[in-house]
Design a protein around this ligand. Sequence first.
Ligand SMILES: [Zn+2]
Length: 326
Amino acid sequence: MPELPEVETVARGLRQAILGRRILSVRFGKTDFIDDPAALEQHLPGRQIEAVERYGKFILLRLSAVSRETRVAANGDAAQASLLVHLGMTGQIAPSPAGRALEKHTHVCILLDDGRELRYTDARRFGRIAYLTKALLAEELTGFGTDPLEVSEMEFANRICGRRARIKALLLDQSVLRGIGNIYADESLWKAKIHPARLGAKLSRKQAETLRRVLRHILQKAIVLRGSSISDFLDAKGEPGEYQRHHRAYGREGKSCYRCKTRIRRAMVAGRSSYFCPTCQHSPRGFAALPLLGKNGRKNKRTEGSTGSGKRRAQRNRREEMGNHL
Ligand SMILES: [Zn+2]
């Protein structure tokens, strides 16, 4: 599922493509992932897209107040508002010429004043779209942790080192830091040589600072490469990201560690598949990795391509993501 670098990539693409456009109308396919479809129909038309921002894994389209010339708000709610978009696992949002045939699973089309439509497609519909007034948005955004690209050394250490939870769980917890998911948690822990099952409270301040530094570096590099395309992530131009080529731990079970050649192992931590090097990342006492698939490496080989078992692995990963799609 899209994490911070992927969502940032989409937000940047949208900023280039649709900033300043005015919304004319909205139409829907399926609406079960939209908070209040009628609110979108009622309140979006006439508003201008004033900013496109990322907040954790959310995309926020900041919408202008309704101007008198274009439309008088039916219920008096004409103040600035926001459209919140969460891509869930398979959501994609991109502008398209209004006359172009709809892709399969297109569920929202927002007609813009330049003849294009902002289209949202989502095969699984684990995403979410919501029209939010200023007050509702503030309510929605309470309880989130700091953005990992902005968190200070002291704040990071305070949020991690005092906690009796596993570091992997803390990284995934959106109230600790916002925007990190399974991929970038595993990648940063590998880089920092910290086992995912270690308790936050057991990390030294120095280890915490290393983790903060590498996490930030990895996220920034992934943004430059437009994120990771594991299954079906595409940016706002419909292009896949490239950071998956730089993964060192995530999805590499049975393959050699880039540092020490030990085979990467997988374990369930915080209810999620977690990939790590058993040599570089010392496990807490008594913590066991899952057995490697196949002694002859056959199964491991099969997981490399887009073969059956690779697909099954992707499905397994997606199922796990479902439990964590905020
Ligand atoms: Zn290693």
